[in-house]
Design a protein around this ligand. Structure first.
Ligand code: HEC
Length: 153
């Protein structure tokens, strides 16, 4: 087989593999799904070191911890505006309930924001027991919302 032909076969094979593995592209002009997912990923990244402090896997540094709590507080308001009426499309993992139970979805956001507020307060107080509880409460409000409003696959 001429080399150019085997190369083009290789290219086709590569495209097939990529298509099978990657999720649908976000073709919406404003890309709300991509944008909210990016914020959620930052939620995880920002919460992680605080989770480690809460589980005694990282030394508690009050200044660092406070900075993380404030960073999470800043992120915490950001995803919700991207759940626009026209943003239920692939590659979203949002459950239809986001749109059919909008009031409950809003309540879950508010419950989460309240827990993040308590985390910032706990960070100010500097009491590790209170901090632990506050971190756990934030984590369970992430999970409560996911259980109801994020598809489980
Ligand atoms: C009020 C509901 C709600 C809260 C609170 C919430 N999430 Fe989510 N989260 C969602 C929804 C809905 C999606 C699916 C978004 C999509 O795919 O369009 C999601 C997606 C994610 C994703 C996947 C992003 C991706 O790339 O697909 C991560 C990671 C995540 N959330 C982390 C968190 C963390 C960590 C917290 C708490 C600090 C949190 N979320 C709080 C509703 C919530």
């Amino acid at each position: 087989m001429p080399i150019s032909k085997s190369l083009s076969l290789l290219a086709i094979a590569a495209v097939l593999v990529l298509t099978a593995c990657s999720e649908a592209p976000d073709t919406h002009p404003a890309q709300p799904v991509t944008k909210r997912k990016a914020v959620f990923k930052q939620f995880t990244r920002t919460l992680e070191p605080m989770g480690m402090v809460a589980r005694d896997r990282k030394v508690y540094n009050p200044v660092e911890f406070k900075a993380s709590a404030l960073a999470l507080e800043k992120l915490a308001t950001q995803p919700w505006g991207y759940f626009t009426a026209d943003s239920n499309y692939q590659p979203t993992r949002a459950a239809p309930a986001v749109w059919t139970q909008a009031a409950e979805f809003k309540q879950a956001q508010e419950a989460f924001l309240a827990k993040v507020g308590q985390l910032v307060k706990a960070a100010d107080g500097g009491n590790l027991e209170i901090i632990r509880t506050a971190v756990n409460d934030v984590q369970s409000s992430c999970k409560t919302c996911h259980d109801q409003f994020r598809k489980n696959y």
